[in-house]
Ligand binder design. Structure first.
Ligand SMILES: Cc1cc2nc3c(=O)[nH]c(=O)nc-3n(C[C@H](O)[C@H](O)[C@H](O)COP(=O)(O)OP(=O)(O)OC[C@H]3O[C@@H](n4cnc5c(N)ncnc54)[C@H](O)[C@@H]3O)c2cc1C
Length: 228
């Protein structure tokens, strides 16, 4: 994580306290105890008063992901992004992202690497001929690596984790989401204590994938919503 709102839980709790009392948020920010902060945050989260969480922002640097993954990431509109440009940055060495399903099968791996080598070679030759990087990049595959800085507020992160920590999400973005969740839990443990896929955060499975191991495990523990 690059940076985040200082004392995010205190900031959100102070905003919540101002909503429900005559005290100003400034006074609440200075005076709230840790116990009061926890209580207020749990109350606003369980009641759905989630706009209070929009006062907390978290900035991440995500590196070494594929363009396939970053394309999914930037679909989350309630966020800000700065992505390394393929127009301005020429790639001398491309370390492609290769899924395990391909890496673990010798024939698929060979086919994939052959294809990548072809793309790399053509990219280099186009640049050498003077084709601008912004045009030569059209030959680059979705496996191309990228770097992106992203900022999301806590409310948007809760939505992001519900969608992208789910086993239905694609493995690469799920890995990113799980790492982001671990980081924010470290600095805002109460806000994110129930964060995760829908089956964890809301104890429902909108995907209705009752064969999913995560759901089965939760269902055995008495999670609501019987399998259809
Ligand atoms: C498992 C999975 C499969 C997917 N498959 C596909 C696919 O096949 N094709 C595809 O195109 N996308 C797909 N997506 C992307 C998905 O449709 C969303 O675009 C993406 O997950 C961003 O979610 P979001 O809109 O909730 O997030 P954000 O854009 O961050 O929005 C957050 C919330 O704000 C509200 N909001 C934002 N913008 C608007 C708006 N314009 N109008 C009303 N409310 C708004 C909504 O409540 C939304 O949930 C998939 C996502 C997942 C998790």
């Amino acid at each position: 994580m690059l940076t985040y709102t200082p004392d995010p839980e205190r900031a959100a709790a102070a905003a919540a306290r101002q909503c429900y009392s005559k005290f100003s948020a400034t006074k609440a920010y200075g005076e709230l105890t840790q116990e009061e902060i926890k209580r207020l945050l749990r109350k606003i989260i369980s009641s759905g008063h989630l706009s209070v969480l929009e006062h907390d922002s978290f900035t991440f640097v995500v590196e070494g992901i594929s363009r396939a993954c970053s394309h999914q990431l930037v679909r989350h509109r309630i966020a800000s992004y700065s992505q390394q440009s393929q127009r301005y940055v020429k790639f001398d060495e491309l370390e492609f992202i290769i899924p395990d399903s391909i890496l673990n099968d010798e024939e698929s791996k060979r086919m994939f690497l052959e294809g990548l080598e072809g793309c790399k070679e053509t990219y280099r030759r186009l640049l050498a001929k003077g084709i601008p990087a912004e045009d030569a990049r059209y030959i680059l595959p979705q496996a191309s690596p990228t770097k992106i800085v992203l900022t999301m507020n806590a409310r948007s992160l809760l939505n992001f984790f519900e969608l992208r920590c789910c086993l239905s999400a694609q493995w690469e973005i799920r890995r990113v989401a799980e790492e982001m969740l671990a980081l924010v839990k470290g600095v805002a443990p109460t806000i994110f204590e129930n964060a995760g896929p829908f089956c964890v955060s809301r104890r429902i499975c909108p995907e209705k994938k009752y064969t999913c191991p995560k759901w089965t495990e939760l269902y055995k523990k008495g999670c609501g919503g019987a399998p259809a």
